[in-house]
Design a protein around this ligand. Sequence first.
Ligand code: CP
Length: 305
Amino acid sequence: MRHLIDITDLSTQEIDELIAVAEDIIAQPEKYQNVCRGKILATLFFEPSTRTRLSFESAMLRLGGSVLGFSEAASSSAAKGETVGDTVRVVSYYADVIAMRHPKEGAPYAACKVSGVPVINAGDGGHNHPTQTLTDLLTIHRERGSLNNFTIGFCGDLKFGRTVHSLVSALARYTGIRFVFISPEELKLPRYLIENTLEKNSLPYEETASLEEAMPQLDVLYMTRVQKERFFNEADYIRLKDTYILDSEKLRLAKPDLAILHPLPRVNEITLEVDNDPRARYFDQAGNGRIIRMALIMKLLGLKA
Ligand code: CP
């Protein structure tokens, strides 16, 4: 039985295979409409979500399967004090695969140890978000035709942004990638990623506080929201939340074929006028989430079209 807790649970070859299946789903969706007939996905979301939960559910429904679950801890027996372990152990009698989001780092890992069915980490605290990473990789692949040889800038909250952590881990395994980390001092990428992922593998990176200075060299710009829910101090959040606001003026400094990504939701960090720029790819990126999750569900259930 396979789980997906961390993006490194998948080999580079497996990621490339998932992207190939996703491309086939886009080309021939009718081929996949009954692949999961009779199978059930449980979505256990102890934290809010729009894209991840609904794209998982849409993915299973598009594969001909069924879904059940909850969208907040308050409507589950977690509100009565039930542990994550007991919840998952029970739900694995009701479903064939579980997608789980939890505010505590490591909760999906603990869950997979007692689950009778595959567990997918749909985001754990400020730690990881591997299926967002698969979404991001599919989007970059569709935009650039390859996952090698480009410069990517990560901008905003690189400390608490779990999507950034997972994507850096994934891209570290491809070749010819330059990383530019754009953040205020307080929201820099965690040292463990700098040391264990980038420096250990001699990968080129730079850190800067200036989006304007970084912009001209970027092929992909990955904007992020400042993660209000992870701050201990509201005054710090208010001080940092609008550090970077991408607008048309700043985009004048960018390459004509830049791809602007954002895992969403956005708050203030991309102005609405940018949505009309052909370089804005974040809504297509959200759409890709459903496609790659279809491919992932099939893989973890051992099913093919
Ligand atoms: N990108 C993402 O995780 O969005 P949601 O929080 O809406 O699921």
